[in-house]
Design a protein around this ligand. Structure first.
Ligand code: SAM
Length: 236
């Protein structure tokens, strides 16, 4: 999904141009199915179509506005190096995969619950990352340990605060655990996080395992959202 915070259960993303062309849906176009969707879905679609970052993503051929978040994080910390091996958790529709390849990554493996349209040069898997064996499947597809693990995973909210909170923390913990187990020494890890969420345990663990851990709120992350990214570099 190209949104930047947990989404209501029935929210669906506006399909980006396949292969990342600039032929995406324009701002004034009608949404044929909007009357059948829930209010929250309609609001989400409206917001997508009037959002300058989404518009820019369509114009430039990025599959999601999230691509700009990764570009900013990488501009600041230079995580993607020529020849890097990258694993992207929660990769659909593929903005971060595109950015990793564009910036010189040699191997990129992405996984998502949703099907990700083919991106030349990437190995894309449709699976639930939390299911047993999927972690090994990713390492096998990459052909070795990663230099960089990215996680933009976000679950569909159920509307019950505590349940949603637990789900957010669980995804962060699972992604962090995977990064810690698999990264090469010196490697980096980026995960979506939410301000006010109790990611304290994960944070302490990341601080033990990495030279530097810092929060980054990219410009493309919606101002009113509590979304923030945790960036851990220099895997010990
Ligand atoms: N970074 C992506 C991009 O640049 O296009 C956007 C990712 S979107 C914000 C979050 C994604 O996480 C959704 O596509 C969702 O299906 C995926 N996701 C959530 N839970 C997951 C899980 N357990 N396994 C795999 N993907 C998951």
């Amino acid at each position: 999904m190209s949104d930047d915070e947990p989404k209501p259960e029935r929210r669906r993303m506006v399909r980006p141009p396949s292969g990342g062309t600039a032929a995406g849906r324009g701002m004034g176009q009608k949404i044929k199915t909007a009357d059948k969707k829930s209010m929250s879905s309609q609001q989400w679609i409206k917001r997508q179509l009037s959002d300058p970052w989404s518009e820019r993503a369509r114009a430039e051929g990025w599959r999601s506005r999230a691509a700009f978040k990764m570009m900013e994080i990488d501009d600041r910390l230079r995580l993607i190096k020529r020849g890097s091996r990258v694993i992207d958790l929660g990769a659909a529709p593929g903005g971060w995969v595109q950015v990793a390849l564009d910036r010189g990554a040699a191997e990129v493996v992405g996984v998502d619950l949703l099907m990700i349209e083919h991106i030349p040069g990437a190995h894309l898997i449709q699976a639930d990352f939390t299911h047993p064996g999927v972690d090994q499947q990713l390492i096998d597809a990459l052909g070795g340990p990663p230099d960089l693990v990215l996680s933009d995973m976000a679950h569909n909210t159920v509307g019950h605060r505590q349940t949603d909170h637990l789900k957010i923390i669980a995804l962060i913990e699972i992604a962090a655990d995977f990064a810690i187990r698999t990264l090469k020494p010196g490697g980096s890890f980026v995960t979506k996080n939410f301000q006010g969420g109790d990611a304290g345990g994960v944070l302490a663990r990341l601080r033990d395992e990495f030279e530097d851990v810092r929060p980054i709120k990219p410009e493309a992350s919606r101002k009113g959202s509590s979304e923030v990214y945790l960036v851990a570099t220099g895997k010990r």
